[in-house]
Every structure is written in C-alpha cells, then in structure tokens.
Design a protein around this ligand. Structure first.
Ligand code: ADP
Length: 432
C-alpha cells in the first residue's frame, strides 16, 4: 500500500503532467482544466465512498458493506472488523446477562435488587408474586412505598441487616410467611432475598401443638392417678374400697399405656417413608380375626355383619392392615349406641380397586369436621372419645397406614344416621 504522502505526491505529479501536456497542445485554460480534472478524481472517489459509508451506517449494516478498491478499502475493512467485534462482544454480554436473569428467575426465593435510594432496579417473578409487585410498572419505585408493612419499613429504616425479618400473612391470600434479609453489594446497593417459610412455620406450629396436646393428654390421667394415690395414703380404706380404687387407677394407667402405644405407632409410621411391602395379607382370615375382636369389645351390645364380598387378598403389611381395619371397627363400636348395627365389608369396586368399608348406625359426624378427623388429637366429641378409651390418634394412624399402601380414606357420614369409613386400595395391591 502506498503511503498518503506518496499518493499525494503522485497526484500532484499527474496533475502537473496533464497540465503540461494541455499547455503544450491546447493553451493555458486547458492546462488549468486538465489539472483540476486530475485533482477532482480522488475527491469524487472519496465522496462516493463517504456516501456509501453513510448509507450503510444509517442502515446499521456497516459490516455487510462491499469493500471498495484503493485507499478506502483498508479503512472500510478495519471499520467493519471493529463493528463486527463490538457487536459480538455486546451479544456475548447480552447472553451472559440473560443467563444471570434466567438463573435468578429459576431461584425458588424472591430476589429484589435495590439501588442506593432503595428503588427497585430489578426483581424476579417470585418476588413479584410474594409482594404483589409488577416489575414493569414498579421499576425505580421506592420499595417502602410498595411494601408498606410497618415492620418492613422499620427494617429498611434501621438498616440493621445482620438479622432476617419474618413477615407473616403476606401474599394475595395473606397466607404466606416470608423470611427476608437484605445484603449490601456494589455501590450502596442491596440485594433483598426472600424465602417462603410458610411450611416451616406450619410444621413448627404443629410440633408445638403436638407437644402441648401430648402433655395435656398425659396430665389428666396422671393427675387422676395421683389423686387416687393421695386418697389411699390419707384414708384408711377397707379391702373392697381399696380394690375399687385400684381398678380406677388401673383404668387411668391403661389410658396412658394406650396413648404411649399409639404415639409410638404414629412415630414408627412417620419415620418410615417407604411404601408398605408387597406381602400377601389373607383378607378372609383377617376379617375373622376382626370379627372376634369386635365381638369381645362390644360385649354383645351390637349386631355385626362381616362380609367378604370379593374373594381376593391384599398386598401389604399385615400388622398395619389389621391395625387400620381394627381402628375403624373399634371406632364404629365405640361411637355407636348399644343395639346399633355394624357392617364391615371387603369387596372390589367396578374398576377393580379393593375396598374395606365399615358402616355404623352411630351419631354420624357433621360435614365441617370431616376434613379434620385424621388430624392428631382432633375429636368431635371430646368426652365421648375419652369415656370410650379413645386417644384421638386412631384415624391419624389409619391415614398414615393408608398412605403407606397408596390407599385413600373416604369418610361419608350423615348426622343422626351413621357413618361409613372406606379404605380404597389401588388395583396393584389386590391379588386373586
Ligand atoms: P378417638 O380415639 O377419639 O376415637 P380417632 O382418631 O379414632 O380418635 O377419631 C377421631 C374422632 O372422629 C373421634 O374423636 C370421633 O369424634 C370421630 N369419629 C371417629 N369414628 C367415628 C364414628 N364411627 N362415628 C362417629 N364419630 C367418629
């Protein structure tokens, strides 16, 4: 490539030659015209190329511009390379940015980026859902104008972000518990991380309730037992009175024993998250056993009808199946008045699922209680449950056993008429 000075010298030389030739042959005016023509050629060439450059720049397509020959070729080539590199860099930065955004969006936690004025710079969809925000609408709004909970406003104001903040009754349905913490980053900016702790809070409340319930259930028989012991210590009782007191103490001790046994059964079931094994449980034998136990418990007060309508067996854990079926039968007996009738039936339904159902002619259960019956210690009639030796854990145990067998517990009841409790087992657990 020729240098600029050489090109310029060459041009002047050519203009001089052309002017000299024109002067020798045509006269002085022609010489000037010839010199101007020679000098105008690179000017026109440059002007044409500038016009092309303008056209491609306006169309943002410099990198597709065809390269001219000559001096402008190198300039255009370098310019195109620069534009191409810059565009590639922008593209890769944009991709990286998109990946960051995607990662933040994939987070199960809410993320809000705040600038030095606590204005929202960015937030993910989860944060929008938690706080009812809309990023497009709320960008660059101060967050304390949008989340107006006093404890949150205080938290921002105090700027003591070492501890997280728990916000309860959040979200659209005011049913979320959110744990939130601000972390400083960059130039006085803050990253607000928000975690949904609703389930943790619920589990914590359930654990507290459970401990309170167990303590309460245990305290009553212990208090009664101690009362009897004190009476026996302080009074001079005859043999008959003593044996009466021992009997009553025994019944309280029995109540505590049942409670502890049920608690252990529940704890075992809860700690075992695996499905029940696929061992054959002989249903006719099990039904005969249940009938014997039922008659012993009822002591002739109820009429029983135990039927195996479909001669097939169940695959599961025999001990658990016996416990679940037994709980339903014992409930039917305990909650039905004397001379009530109780029907227990094993059959296959129209799609081949195995169903064990117990129907009684007891008091029935109002519909508002039905969904809560399998909660631990939930009782419709407290005194009736206790009088009949109930621990309030029977149906919770049945529900767990059902879950381990992929079965459903279906409760149908009409107050004043009676109830039907059905355990429905999947086809896969039924064998001929
Ligand atoms: P409990 O030991 O109190 O019987 P369960 O968990 O077995 O505890 O039952 C929970 C509650 O459901 C009982 O307290 C009772 O109010 C109600 N219930 C259970 N079975 C029947 C039934 N067959 N008829 C009427 N109420 C029932």
């Amino acid at each position: 490539m020729l240098s600029v000075i050489t090109r310029f010298a060459l041009l002047i030389f050519l203009a001089f030659i052309a002017a000299s030739l024109a002067l020798a042959n045509l006269g002085p005016f022609s010489a000037i015209a010839a010199a101007i023509c020679v000098l105008a050629i690179p000017l026109i060439y440059s002007y044409v190329n500038l016009a092309r450059l303008r056209k491609y720049t306006v169309a943002d397509a410099v990198e597709t511009m065809p390269l001219p020959s000559g001096y402008w070729e190198e300039i255009f080539f370098r310019l195109q390379r620069l534009v191409r590199n810059l565009k590639q860099q922008i593209l890769s930065i944009e991709k990286q940015h998109d990946r960051f955004i995607e990662a933040f969006q994939a987070s199960p936690n809410g993320i809000v980026m705040l600038d030095d004025q606590d204005q929202i710079e960015w937030c993910n969809a989860i944060a929008e859902h938690f706080f009812g925000l809309n990023f497009k609408r709320d960008a660059l709004q101060r967050i304390n104008f949008l989340i107006r909970r006093p404890e949150f406003v205080q938290y921002l104001y105090k700027r003591q972000f070492e501890e997280p903040l728990l916000l309860e009754r959040m979200g659209r349905g005011a049913n979320l518990s959110l744990m939130l913490q601000a972390f400083p980053f960059g130039d006085k900016r803050h990253l607000l991380l928000v975690q949904d702790v609703t389930d943790l809070q619920k589990a914590d409340a359930m654990r507290r309730d459970f401990v309170a319930n167990v303590s309460h259930e245990m305290r009553t028989p212990i208090t009664v037992l101690m009362g009897f012991l004190e009476t026996m210590q302080s009074l001079d009782l005859d043999k008959a009175q003593q044996s009466q007191y021992f009997e009553m103490m025994m019944s309280q001790a029995q109540r505590m024993k049942s409670l502890v046994e049920d608690l252990l059964t529940l704890a075992n079931l809860e700690s075992n998250t695996l499905p029940a094994p696929m061992q054959v449980v002989n249903i006719p034998t099990l039904m005969a056993l249940l009938k014997n136990d039922a008659e012993a418990l009822s002591q002739g007060h109820h009429a029983f009808n135990f039927e195996v309508s479909s001669p097939c067996n169940l695959m599961g854990e025999e001990r658990e199946i016996l416990s679940a079926f037994g709980n339903l039968v014992s409930n039917a007996i305990r909650y039905s008045p004397d001379i009530g009738s109780i029907t227990a039936n094993w059959h296959l339904n129209e799609i081949g699922e195995g169903e064990f159902s117990v129907t009684d002619t007891g008091p029935g259960i109002a519909s508002e209680h039905l969904s809560r019956l399998t909660e631990r210690f939930y009782r419709v009639d407290r005194s009736r449950s206790r009088d009949t030796g109930g621990t309030g854990l029977g149906l919770a145990i049945v529900k767990h056993i059902a879950n381990r067998h992929q079965a459903q517990l279906i409760i149908e009841s009409t107050p004043g008429k009676g109830s039907t409790f059905t355990l429905r087992f999947p086809k896969e657990r039924v064998v001929a």
